[in-house]
Design a protein around this ligand. Structure first.
Ligand code: TUI
Length: 322
């Protein structure tokens, strides 16, 4: 049995990771989360290696606590990004949107703790076999690029299939979600959407407001036709996008050029420019649970407090049952 305590493994205070949302998870957000006792993670999206180097340097200046760097495996610059990360004394790497198998040996050779995000049992098993130190399972409740299974279904199946710590992501909107993840065998949680509206997040105020206003049914999945499904808040962009998607679905040679054009630069438009009509506002299904902007410390402490409360209540409820 390997060490399942993620706090001991990573030398952090609380088992809460901040998701590496592209354009949002910068040095400001990641260092605030790390300084509050969680694991801050820089997102690198489609960045070049030069930009990644600058971001790492900035977060190293803002915190002396452990932090992570996420590699988005669809990034065309991924090989150079991996090289920079290995050269800059980064301790923890998470990966998303693919299999990091080909980089695993290199990370291990540099003493880096590798925690891939997976969306299936098969990839979780492969990652554990290839030497991953822990795994993040992400359910389709999450925002951004998603797999097909829910956290509730995927998490216990992965917990049963691997002998490394499993972190739950997707739909973990407060301490109740955290307690549920632990009930299913998680060793930690990763939180994305709630940190988008953190005080230390540089996401545009319009994007933050859109999340704060969102209701339970306000996210949709775009891009099924392209093979890269993405959960976002519904707006004018998703209305047009989904209309074209419906028209092209089932055709022998679907024309995806219009979708490519709509999607190009759309995330930046939402996060940086605050265009809530024509920008891609990636957010998870728990957006409807978020009602205020708080500091990272307040967010982390409220997860822990609520989780403790739920666990105590459940203990009282079930402790003397039989
Ligand atoms: O990566 C994410 N979320 C993201 S990445 C992103 S940037 C982007 N923008 C537009 C289109 C596509 C990407 C926005 N949000 N989350 C982690 C995650 N990884 N979710 C699902 C997966 C995943 C999917 C397939 C991981 C592995 C995988 O493996 C396929 C294979 O190769 O077996």
């Amino acid at each position: 049995m390997c060490e399942k305590n993620i706090c001991k493994l990573l030398n952090i205070k609380y088992p809460i990771f901040q998701g590496a949302m592209a354009w949002v998870a910068d040095a400001s957000l990641a260092s605030a989360v790390s300084n509050a006792g969680g694991l801050g993670i820089i997102g690198t999206g489609h960045d070049s290696s030069d930009i990644v180097a600058l971001k790492i340097k900035e977060v190293q200046e803002k915190t002396n606590k452990p932090f992570g760097v996420n590699i988005m495996l669809l990034n065309p610059h991924v090989d150079e990004v991996v090289d920079v990360i290995c050269q800059m004394n980064v301790k923890v790497v998470t990966t998303g949107a693919g299999s990091p198998g080909k980089y695993m040996a290199k990370f291990k050779a540099h003493g880096i703790t590798v925690i891939p995000v997976v969306a299936s049992v098969a990839l979780a098993k492969k990652m554990a076999k290839d030497g991953a130190d822990a795994i993040i399972i992400e359910g389709m409740e999450a925002g951004g690029h998603i797999g097909k299974l829910t956290t509730m279904a995927l998490l216990p199946q992965v917990v049963d299939a691997v002998d490394i710590p499993v972190i739950a992501a997707g739909g973990i909107g407060d301490g109740r979600g955290m307690a549920a993840a632990y009930a299913l065998g998680a060793s930690g949680v990763q939180v994305g959407t709630r940190f988008v509206v953190a005080k230390e997040s540089n996401a545009h105020p319009n994007f933050k407001q859109a999340i704060l206003k969102a209701k339970d049914i306000d996210t949709v999945i775009t891009g099924q036709i392209t093979g890269h499904p993405v959960r976002v808040l519904r707006n004018k962009l998703t209305q047009t996008y989904l209309h074209i998607e419906r028209q092209e679905t089932g055709k022998e040679n679907p024309d995806l050029s219009k979708l490519d054009a709509l999607g190009k630069g759309a995330l930046r438009r939402a996060v940086v420019e605050g265009d809530t009509k024509h920008g891609s506002m990636m957010a998870g299904q728990i957006a409807g649970l978020i009602h205020k902007e708080e500091t990272c410390q307040e967010i982390i402490e409220s997860y822990i407090r609520e989780c403790q409360h739920v666990c105590q209540q459940q203990y009282q409820l079930w402790g003397n049952y039989l």
